[in-house]
Design a protein around this ligand. Structure first.
Ligand SMILES: [Mn+2]
Length: 354
C-alpha cells in the first residue's frame, strides 16, 4: 500500500498487484478480486458493483480477442483517498482504431473494443494505447464514489509504476517509489526510485521493502545522498541495483544517480537518451558515487526499469505511447519488452497531465 503523507509531498510506491493470467476462469477471478479490493478500501456497494462489471468486461475482452494477456488489479492511495486500478495488457492483435472502438463499442464487434465503452463510463480515469498486431494496454482507475478525482493537481507531474514477479513467485524483488514535492516557487519536482533486489522471491522482496522504507524518509535529499542512505539500509540484505532520479520538469532537468543494472531513459519525441549507471551493488559494494544532470525537454517522459524488461525498445517502435498516461506507458512497455524469466519492474513519470 502506498504511504500517505499529507504535509511534505505526495508519495506513491509499489503496491501489491494481483496479476491474473488469461485462462478460462479469468472473468470470474477478475470480478472476485476487483470486488475484494474495492470492499477492502471501503467502497460503497453501488461502486463495487460498477467495478465488478468493468473488471468482468476487461477480462471477457481478453478472453474473446487477445492471443495472450493479463489483468493487473491493485489499490492505489493518495492523500486520504483510495482507488481501485485495473490494467489490462495483451500481446495482440491490438486495435487499429481505438477511437471508434470506444465511441460505439457495438459495431466494433470482433475487436478488443467491445465493452471498452462500459469500462470507460464507470472509470474516473481511462486511457488506452494499442499497437496494431502487437498489443493493447488499458488503464481504468476507479476512485471511491463519493468524491471523484482529480488527483493530483492538473499541472503536477504524474508518476506510475508496475511490477510483475517472475513466473511461479508470489512476491516481486523489483520495486519502485516516487515522491512529488513543491519548491518555494511552487514548481513541482518528482523523485523516483527503481530497485531490483538481487535474485527473486522473498529475500529479494525484503531488500525492496527496506529500500522503499529508506526512500520514504530520505527522498527529499539529492539522488546521490539517497543512494548512499539506501546502501547503508541494505547492508546485510541480498543487495540491489538502484537508480534514483529527480526530475524538475519546470526547469527542464533531471538529476540521477544509479548503481547496478537499472535501465533509465529520458524519452522526448522519437529520441531516447540513456541515463548512465555506475557498476556496483547497493548494500554490498558501492562505487564512488556521482550524480549526473541531463536536460529534460517539455513533454519529456522519464522511464526507469529493471532488467526484467529488455532495453531494446525504441520510442519510434511504439508510436503514440509516450503521449499516454504513465500507467499505460508502464503497462505497454512491460507487455512489449517484459521477460518472464525474471522479476520485472518499471516506473514512469511525465510532466504534464493529458
Ligand atoms: Mn532482475
Amino acid at each position: 500500500m502506498g504511504a500517505v503523507n499529507p504535509v511534505a509531498g505526495d508519495e506513491t510506491e509499489a503496491e501489491d498487484v494481483v496479476w491474473l493470467r488469461l485462462d478460462v476462469a479469468v472473468a470470474a477471478a477478475a470480478r472476485r478480486e476487483a470486488a475484494r479490493l474495492a470492499r477492502r478500501v471501503g467502497m460503497a456497494p453501488a461502486r463495487v458493483a460498477e467495478i465488478e462489471l468493468a473488471a468482468t468486461e476487461a477480462a471477457t475482452n481478453l478472453q474473446k480477442h487477445a492471443r495472450d494477456g493479463a489483468l493487473a488489479l491493485r489499490v492505489i492511495t493518495l492523500r486520504d483517498r483510495a482507488a481501485l486500478e485495473l490494467l489490462s495488457v495483451d500481446s495482440g492483435p491490438g486495435m487499429a482504431d481505438v477511437g471508434s472502438a470506444l465511441t460505439d463499442g457495438v459495431s466494433g464487434s470482433g475487436t478488443l473494443g467491445v465493452g471498452m465503452g462500459a469500462i470507460a463510463r464507470f472509470a474516473d480515469v481511462f486511457d488506452v494505447h494499442s499497437l496494431p498486431g502487437r498489443g493493447t494496454a488499458l488503464l481504468a482507475r476507479f476512485w471511491s464514489g463519493d468524491a471523484p478525482g482529480p488527483f493530483p493537481g492538473a499541472d503536477e507531474p504524474e508518476v506510475a509504476g508496475l511490477t510483475r514477479p517472475i513466473s511461479g513467485e508470489e512476491v516481486c524483488g523489483d520495486t519502485w517509489a516516487a515522491r512529488t514535492e513543491h519548491g518555494p516557487d511552487g514548481a513541482p519536482t518528482v523523485t523516483v526510485m527503481m530497485c531490483d533486489g538481487l535474485g527473486h522471491g522473498p529475500m529479494a522482496a525484503l531488500a525492496g521493502e527496506r529500500a522503499r522504507a529508506a526512500f520514504r524518509t530520505g527522498s527529499h535529499r539529492s539522488p546521490q545522498d539517497v543512494v548512499r542512505t539506501l546502501h547503508t539500509e541494505l547492508r546485510g540484505s541480498r543487495g540491489a541495483a538502484i537508480t534514483v532520479a529527480r526530475a524538475d520538469f519546470s526547469r527542464g532537468t533531471v538529476e540521477h544517480c544509479g548503481v547496478g543494472n537499472i535501465s533509465a531513459f529520458v524519452v522526448s519525441g522519437d529520441k531516447r537518451g540513456t541515463l548512465l549507471s555506475l557498476p556496483g551493488i547497493v548494500g554490498h559494494q558501492l562505487p564512488a558515487l556521482r550524480s549526473f544532470r541531463t536536460a529534460l525537454d517539455p513533454g519529456a517522459v522519464l522511464v526507469l526499469h529493471s532488467d526484467g524488461l529488455s532495453d531494446r525498445w525504441s520510442p519510434a517502435g511504439l508510436p503514440g505511447l509516450f503521449t499516454r498516461r504513465p500507467a499505460v506507458v508502464a503497462a505497454q512497455l512491460l507487455g512489449q519488452a517484459g521477460v518472464r524469466r525474471d522479476d520485472a519492474g518499471i516506473v514512469v513519470a511525465r510532466a504534464d497531465r493529458r
